[in-house]
Design a protein around this ligand. Structure first.
Ligand SMILES: Cc1cc2nc3c(=O)[nH]c(=O)nc-3n(C[C@H](O)[C@H](O)[C@H](O)COP(=O)(O)OP(=O)(O)OC[C@H]3O[C@@H](n4cnc5c(N)ncnc54)[C@H](O)[C@@H]3O)c2cc1C
Length: 388
């Protein structure tokens, strides 16, 4: 594969972990090719996973920002255009139309384009939600808006008890907020955990003072109050939705790139246009969308090698995710989507090991809680690779 067009260089859309890790890995291999990062946010370097355990550590958006956009630009010898939003991709002209902070538009040419656009919070639609601001926290700006004005000890209505919802519940309860969680699933992390571990997590969160309404949905939202589908009334000061993310595909789709759940890429992270690549939460590899940090790091390393002249196929071993619920630490390595099998659970109380096992006894995924979490690296080596 040819090295990128040196004049127009590499343009990366997005300054999240995907965009910045790629730029960092690229610079380890090539100091000269111009790199421009265009980003709709402030361009601060930060660790997004910290957003769901920052309250208990007393961190605000400013202290979560590890570096400013200007600092990253100097360190990596790149250009960072913060608060610039790409609004259109013209693949024939190899140009982006970009909205500048003053509202004006400009065109930016690329030799190679990398989409590291992340994902949008799934919209929460319920009767009355136009009367209440339902927050979601997916970047530093969101976090600042969420923290701002949240009075100490306030009542938080948390919608969703998945991975991120459970982490927020633990974090906010640990920081002294009165947290009420609503989720239609019968236990937290309903799609990732077998019942035994889910119920232990529910108990651990309840032990922190979290009120759980599981197997329930919100029927009506109104300022300061919600009514559940069983008629239960919940009073709250602020509402936070954590019901999942949708890969940002619209820019790519409007430009005619192949998209499915995410922007479809091959093992070289190349989209249906050979000059356009994608990684991170917006991308869909052969292993599906993988909205976690470890897959993104592997993608960034492989793509940096490819873009600097060494075509490198993406390989992904099984990658467990640590759940940041100190009330009950957990590690999860989900089975591949659609895998046939059943959970086999051993251990007792908080310390449990669940193996997702096929009829012939092959383990395809696992979930660990409490002291069993120590086994996660060893177990991960026994699991099938996500991409060999
Ligand atoms: C609260 C929370 C906790 C998490 N905890 C964990 C964890 O413990 N472990 C784990 O593995 N994963 C965790 N994740 C997931 C992980 O953080 C993400 O997979 C990862 O950070 C995604 O990085 P990204 O660069 O793909 O996307 P993002 O960080 O979302 O970056 C997208 C970038 O694209 C920019 N952008 C979007 N549209 C445009 C546009 N049109 N023009 C220009 N720029 C644009 C945005 O401004 C942003 O800079 C967590 C996620 C959340 C929300």
């Amino acid at each position: 594969m040819a090295a990128p067009d040196a004049e127009a260089g590499v343009v990366i859309l997005g300054s999240g972990l995907g965009g910045y890790t790629l730029a960092r890995e690229f610079r380890k291999l090539d100091r000269d090719t111009p790199i421009t990062i265009i980003t709709a946010d402030g361009g601060e370097a930060y660790s997004k996973p910290m957003l769901s355990n920052a309250f208990a550590q007393g961190k605000d958006a400013q202290t979560l920002a590890l570096k400013t956009a200007a600092q990253v630009a100097v360190e990596l010898c790149i250009t960072v255009l913060a608060r610039h939003r790409a609004v259109r991709l013209d693949r024939n002209a190899k140009q982006l139309v970009v909205r500048q902070p003053d509202g004006g538009e400009t065109q930016i040419a690329y030799g190679t384009l990398v989409l590291a656009l992340g994902a949008d919070p799934r919209p929460y639609n319920v009767e009355g939600n136009d009367t209440v601001r339902v927050h979601s926290v997916n970047d530093l700006d969101d976090y600042a808006a969420w923290r701002d004005g949240l009075a100490p000890g306030g009542r938080v209505l948390l919608i969703g008890a998945g991975l991120i919802g459970s982490e927020f519940a633990n974090d906010l309860a640990g920081a002294g907020y009165a947290v009420t969680v609503v989720d239609p699933a019968p236990w937290p992390l309903g799609r990732l955990l077998p019942e035994e571990l889910g119920r232990e997590l529910a108990q651990a969160l309840t032990g922190l003072g979290v009120t759980l309404h599981l197997g329930r949905s919100i029927a009506l939202l109104a300022p300061g109050g919600a009514v559940l589908d069983d008629g239960t009334a919940i009073a709250f000061d602020r509402a936070l939705s954590a019901i999942g993310l949708l890969p940002r595909v619209s820019l790519a789709a409007e430009a005619g790139l192949v998209v499915d759940k995410g922007i479809v890429v091959d093992r070289l992270l190349r989209s249906s246009d050979p000059d356009v690549f994608a990684l991170g939460d917006c991308a869909q590899t052969e292993a599906g969308p993988l909205p976690y940090v470890l897959p993104l790091m592997s993608q960034a390393r492989a793509l940096a090698a490819t873009l600097t002249g060494t075509p490198t196929m993406l390989k992904l071993p099984a990658m467990p995710v640590a759940v940041k619920t100190p009330a009950l630490p957990m590690a999860i390595c989900p089975p591949p989507p659609g895998a046939m099998g059943a959970w086999v659970v051993t251990g007792s109380n908080k310390d449990r090991k669940a193996l997702f096992t096929t009829a012939d006894g092959t383990a395809l995924g696992f979930a660990l809680s409490g002291t069993m979490v120590a086994e996660r690296q060893a177990l991960a080596k026994e699991m099938p690779a996500l991409l060999e």
